[in-house]
Design a binder for this molecule. Structure first.
Ligand code: GAR
Length: 212
């Protein structure tokens, strides 16, 4: 997997992949608008018509909807996603609650990050999304949970970890209450990871991300 080179001289360009409510995207947009995150959203790609798509359009962002069911197979689907990202000259791809499968082509290796609402490598893998994750954390009796931002590889939730933040599991928690507490940490973790990437401070060595 390639590592980052020199610090960029202009704001890096993000491609943000979404499938749902778009809170992660809108948090980034708010920080960028406030001048607190030195990047720009070059394109938003939604895997279906969703709330996030509406919010992105209202915010004036460039949005493309690429429904998986309209593609012949995962390869054709992935090619469509890649072509849109290429067309927008994206430096970093951010998966922000993206539910479809995009096979990452070699030029994007080390340039795709994902946020997961648990402390990986626990509670990850195929089908572990949103509420299912929090239900599993509660069923396991964990006393702490959190979120993970990691580089994406073509293996579910297994890529090198960039940032993790924790949240306590409290007596009487439901999947909803735990999700809400973890999400407060997600609002900090994703921008932190993007900032580190944009500053050229991340070096991937095998499974480990070293932060300069
Ligand atoms: C976030 O909580 C994110 O961690 C989770 O989906 C939510 C997206 O919310 N991602 C996963 O579970 C990935 N396995 P949003 O659409 O409102 O940004």
């Amino acid at each position: 997997m390639p590592t980052q080179s020199d610090q960029p001289t202009k704001p890096i360009r993000l491609g943000v992949l979404i499938s749902g409510s778009g809170r992660t995207l809108m948090n980034l947009h708010a920080l960028i608008s406030a001048g607190e995150l030195p990047v720009r959203v070059a394109v938003v790609i939604a895997s279906r018509h969703c709330k996030g798509e509406e919010l992105a359009r209202e915010a004036g962002l460039a949005v493309e909807v690429v429904p998986y069911r309209k593609a012949a197979d995962v390869h054709q689907y992935s090619q469509r996603i890649t072509a849109l990202l290429d067309g927008a000259s994206v430096d970093l791809v951010v998966m922000a609650g993206f539910l479809s499968l995009w096979h990452i082509p070699p030029p994007y290796e080390g340039r795709v990050i994902n946020i997961h609402p648990a402390l990986l490598p626990s509670f990850g893998g195929r089908g572990m999304y949103g509420h299912v994750v929090h239900e599993a954390v509660l069923a396991a009796g964990c006393k702490v949970s959190g979120c993970t931002v990691h580089f994406v590889t073509n293996e579910y939730d297994r890529g090198p970890i960039i940032v993790q933040r924790t949240a306590p599991v409290l007596e009487g928690d439901t999947p909803d209450s735990l999700a809400a507490r973890v999400f407060q940490e997600e609002l900090l973790a994703m921008p932190e990871a993007i900032r580190l990437f944009a500053q050229g401070r991340l070096r991937i060595e095998g499974q480990v991300v070293h932060v300069r």
